[in-house]
Design a protein around this ligand. Structure first.
Ligand code: PLP
Length: 393
């Protein structure tokens, strides 16, 4: 082979696949809700690393649980029973307060969705799935097939692995599309990437009823909106809907990669030996951090904080370029009167990291659950300074 390899010493070559647009900041450490940058700035993190940093940074209990577990037993496979894995499953089901009887641990949100869909096909013996317009479910073959807009942008597989359809959001009449051929409906009760768009109790309860009529399984993708982000254990609790399955990730591990599929008794009874599998899912370090996250959510009253500060944010931050609000708890969509990207840039210049969404008007906030009113006041001040006007920041 005579191919010329790029020089590793060239600073322009970092060998990372160039698939992610990069924010103009280099983070070297973080504490609480604050990021510290290489050029010595402090940045208020209202984005939480795509909704992951629920407990904030350098959380003592989480760090202790992770390091102690790493010392005690850093890995054993699912072929070996582990008390820490069992405790994590028990804690997660109890935390949910919902009717689940089985948990399958995996590594990422997309993987949790793949397994949920597999269970839906196994149980119903049907081959079609519906999702919602503007929903996001991950980038793997099945999860990507159900992600709105993926086909034209990045799906990358020659065909979808099953029949796929999309329902318009909050459209009660369109629920009639769900029929006895529909294995499952996969839905984010509060859409994250779609702009913190809350589907609401009326729609989700009607969706539950239609699924019951047609024998269709209802899967809530709570990868982003779950684990307390809406101020309740899951958005399912907030909207009074019991889904057949919930998938969750992100905040579940607070930065340690892990995910879970929670199954109702009806789904759980269809799980047979060897039907699902994973090497790293349910690993001891994942189990330890899941326990630590639930300890913190319960012991530090973080759900109450999410509800209180989320409400304060809603009341105080519809100023400057922000003309409306959607979302729940600390999954907040600030609807802007000018492109959200402009507002995002202007906030970063003022030391605040927010998020955007697939809706160009919506600035998406996914802060740690330890956010306080004083941080919201700082955001309000920056929004007032930015103002409703033109492109200037
Ligand atoms: N589902 C939702 C609602 C998400 O927001 C995401 C990621 O952003 C995923 C699934 C995919 O999760 P992961 O990136 O962990 O595979």
């Amino acid at each position: 082979m005579s191919a010329t390899l790029p020089s590793a010493s060239s600073s322009a070559v970092d060998f990372l696949a160039p698939v992610f647009a990069q924010y103009p900041l280099e983070v070297v450490s973080a504490q609480g809700v604050w990021l510290h940058t290489a050029d010595d700035r402090r940045v208020l993190d209202l984005y939480g690393g795509h909704a992951v940093a629920a407990l904030g940074y350098a959380h003592e209990g989480w760090t202790r649980a992770l390091t102690e577990q790493a010392r005690a037993l850093n890995f054993q496979s699912n072929a070996v029973p582990l008390a820490v894995r069992t405790r994590a499953a028990q804690r997660l089901v109890r935390f949910s307060g919902l009717d689940f009887s089985s948990v399958f641990f995996v590594n990422s949100g997309a993987e949790a969705n793949e397994n949920a869909l597999k269970m839906a096909f196994t149980l119903t013996q049907r081959s079609a799935v519906l999702a919602l317009e503007h929903g996001f479910h991950g980038r793997t073959a099945a999860a990507g097939a159900l992600t709105w807009g993926a086909a034209n942008r990045w799906y990358g597989f020659p065909r979808t692995p099953f029949d796929v359809g999309f329902l318009p959001r909050r459209d009660l009449d369109a629920l009639a599309t769900i029929d006895t051929r529909t294995a499952a409906v996969l839905v984010e009760p509060v859409q994250g990437v779609g702009g913190a768009f809350d589907l609401g109790a009326e729609y989700l309860q009607a969706l539950r009823r239609r699924c019951d009529q047609t024998g269709t399984l209802l899967i809530f993708d709570e990868v982003q909106c779950g684990m307390g982000r809406c101020g309740t254990p899951f958005a399912a609790n907030l909207y009074g809907v019991q889904p057949d399955m919930i998938t969750t990730a992100k905040a579940l591990g607070n930065g340690f990669p892990c995910a879970a599929l929670l199954m109702s008794p009806r789904v759980a009874q269809a799980v047979k030996l060897d039907a699902l599998g994973t090497t790293f899912g349910g690993a001891p370090m994942a189990g330890a951090v899941i326990e630590a996250v639930i300890d913190a959510l319960e012991g530090e009253q973080l759900l109450a904080n999410v509800r209180r500060v989320g409400q304060y944010l809603r009341e105080r931050c519809q100023v400057g370029p922000v003309c409306g609000y959607q979302g729940a708890g600390l999954l907040a969509g600030l609807i802007c009167s000018r492109p959200a990207k402009e507002v995002h840039r202007a906030l970063l210049e003022r030391g605040i990291l927010a998020g955007t969404s697939s809706d160009p008007r919506v600035l998406r906030l996914l802060p740690p659950f330890i956010l306080r009113e004083e941080h919201v006041d700082q955001l309000r001040g920056a929004l007032l300074e930015i103002g409703a006007g033109g492109a200037g920041s």
